[in-house]
Design a protein around this ligand. Sequence first.
Ligand code: EZ4
Ligand code: CO
Length: 400
Amino acid sequence: MRISDAKVFVCCPGRNFVTLKIYTDSGVYGLGDGTLNGRELAVASYLRDHIVPCLIGRDPSQIEDIWQYLYKGAYWRKGPVTMTAIAAVDVALWDIKAKALDTPLYNLLGGKVRDRVMVYGHAYGTTIEKTIEDVNRHIESGYVAVRAQSAIPGLSSTYGVTTARAYEPAQKGLPAEHSWSSEKYLAFVPTLFEQLRTAVGNDVHLLHDVHHRLTPIQAASLGRALEPYRLFWMEDATTGELQEGFRIVRQHTTTPLAVGEVFDTIWDVKLLVTEQLVDYLRLSLRAGGISALRKIASFAEMYHVQMGSHGASDLSPVTMGAALHFDSAVHNVAIQEYMPHSKETLDVFPRAYRFADGYMHPAEAPGHGVDFDEALADKYPYDPAYLPVNRKLDGTLWDW
Ligand code: EZ4
Ligand code: CO
């Protein structure tokens, strides 16, 4: 079998997605997701202009060799654009191999180690009361794990909180500006979780995302203050570029720590894993695809670190569909983030995975089980949108 062609599609069924379709001379095709929220066209060009010409004529069964060829062969390694583009190719090739062998993708990864994949949903509210109501709504619809974010009193906007029915991190047009105060945030969040834990009891996993907005010592202090409420994890408590920063957080708190949705390679987690500074890695298939994430998971497994992949709705259903095969087959996967896609998005990506009672079930169809309706996608042209930036109250650009 040979790769005969590959095409890149950019569409916006409610939000922007980049989709790679690899065709073979046997008629089997594979689909990969090349979406990098807010930087979509950079990946589309990387794929179209630099990768697709190198793929034509190759044997699609040689997934590892093609991965190495694209990673090492570029000379310029790592980085979100490169790794997202490699991920799109890698996932499409795994899809082709599983379809060619007429089996669900999880079978090629060692087979199922669990019946279903625990997911966590996103609850949010403009007040503590509304946040508790939203967490309860999630519990009523079956979720066993819920992330809770609440507007911070005294701040005009908070990332992760909206009054809209569905939360979308990117906004049309140029980047919005949010305001930030670590002091107001630190004074508020323990009260949120105190009331939340009292309201929902002990049977549900509660999670929280700090979005990298605290310094290591502030993160340490928040982790300690949240200990009585027994979080499943505190996510992105501080920025991850300096892996040593997590030593400070870890030294001071037993609240479990998760990090990594913005990481691209195994190198980004080396110290975090070998020093056991975090409990969960949040890299998604965007970080180099199934071939890369398997290695990261095996490395983490040696150090009692588990996986809990990023699963926001700005990754396309192709990533979710493929991730569920990875999640079903990899032993040290603990949980998967799940932000449901809009109806417009789901119509463009017919799929065979499903959500039931707080858990996701991978497709049982051959491949990863997610398809792409090109004609429908054509009706939704690219529409620029950006993630917001975040400034402290004095105007200093801050982390998020
Ligand atoms: O901010 O996917 O844990 N989930 C998150 C997401 C990310 C977005 C960025 O594109 O933090 O909402
Ligand atoms: Co996050």
